[in-house]
Design a protein around this ligand. Structure first.
Ligand code: HPA
Ligand code: ZN
Length: 326
């Protein structure tokens, strides 16, 4: 059995996936045509050529522009269905997908259009592909906390269909503490909490996500490794980190995959998982991420099994569902 076949057949959960980041250039063109929208690219090759980023903001500018082709409920359903098909082919059996409502509501697309399209795909994925899923509603941290509160209010009719809130977009200058009140409000409504922290931001932002927001998971968390006391704490608390190797490479969080810290995270006792983040932009889905980092860092099959186990124990599934996957 090859390593690739071994990883593919291992049931896995994906915990860090922005659905807008799964928009492949081919679908971007198809939706632009279907909706009569012009995009600033002449071909799929030209789109892919534009995906050369030197940091998070470079990527975000292109990612928010790309999302402009998403207009109707059918667009969001098609987007999510394409992701589920691809994830299922990689052996993903459960996915916790983030969506950024503000990216759409701020350009006149209703919250209902976005979420109803995603929910339709989630129901189809479970029925036809056997892939279960949950939704994570992410707030854009470059916008105000007041705007996040408005988004939480818009979500009210669908709160029983949303598992958690998250925090994404430009990290530097927008620490977790900026969102202390809205995360407390989300928790009071029974939602789980996660936040991007320590991707570009300092270890202090990871401390804030834990102490001020009280998160259940940390998205990325790479820079926690700069703080030995923080590593010890994350390890002792069994805090899940949703690590994204190919994203880290494309956004220059690491210089090359040979220097990726995933195996050092595992060795330090951290509950790391492997995820694709924005697969259409970063060059690979979950299987590509496992394989690339396993080859670059010489991970054993035991390490790979540990990563897959972590993806279920770190999920927002109830304990009986987690147990069923172990
Ligand atoms: N970091 C921050 N915001 C994001 C990301 C990311 O990796 N992907 C999509 N929005
Ligand atoms: Zn992310």
């Amino acid at each position: 059995d090859t390593l690739e076949g071994f990883i593919r057949r291992l049931p896995k959960a994906e915990l860090h996936l922005h659905i807008e980041g799964s928009l492949e250039p081919e679908l971007m063109f198809a939706l632009a045509e279907r909706n009569g929208i012009s995009i600033p690219y002449a071909s799929v090759d030209e789109v892919r050529a534009a995906y050369a980023f030197s940091n998070l903001q470079d990527f975000l500018d292109i990612y928010y522009a790309g999302a402009g082709v998403l207009q109707t409920e059918a667009d969001f359903r098609d987007l999510a269905m394409a992701y589920f098909e691809r994830a299922a082919a990689d052996g993903v059996v459960h996915a916790e997908i983030m969506f950024d409502p503000q990216t759409h509501t701020d350009r006149g697309i209703s919250f209902g259009t976005v979420i109803e399209g995603l929910l339709a795909a989630m129901a189809e994925a479970e029925a036809r592909l056997g892939v279960t899923s949950r939704l994570i509603m992410s707030f854009l941290r470059h916008l105000s906390e007041e705007a996040a509160f408005e988004t939480l209010a818009m979500a009210e009719p669908w709160l029983d269909r949303i598992a958690a809130v998250g925090l994404d977009s430009s990290e530097l200058g927008h620490p977790p503490s900026k969102f202390a009140r809205v995360f407390a409000a989300a928790r009071a409504k029974g939602l789980k909490l996660t936040a991007h922290a320590g991707e570009e931001g300092p270890p202090d932002y990871v401390h804030e996500a834990l102490d001020v927001l009280g998160v259940d998971r940390i998205d990325h968390g790479n820079r926690a490794l700069e703080d030995a006391a923080l590593v010890a704490r994350l390890s002792a608390e069994g805090m899940t980190l949703t690590v994204c190797p190919l994203s880290n490479l494309k956004l220059c969080v690491v210089d090359d995959l040979g220097a990726h810290p995933l195996d050092r995270m595992l060795a330090a006792g951290l509950k790391a998982t492997v995820n694709s983040d924005d697969p259409a932009y970063f060059g690979g889905y979950v299987l590509d991420n496992y394989r690339a980092v396993a080859e670059a860092r010489g991970l054993s099959r035991g390490d790979v099994v540990q990563l897959a186990r972590n993806s279920f124990t770190g999920s927002f599934l109830p304990p009986e569902d987690v147990a069923r996957h172990l």
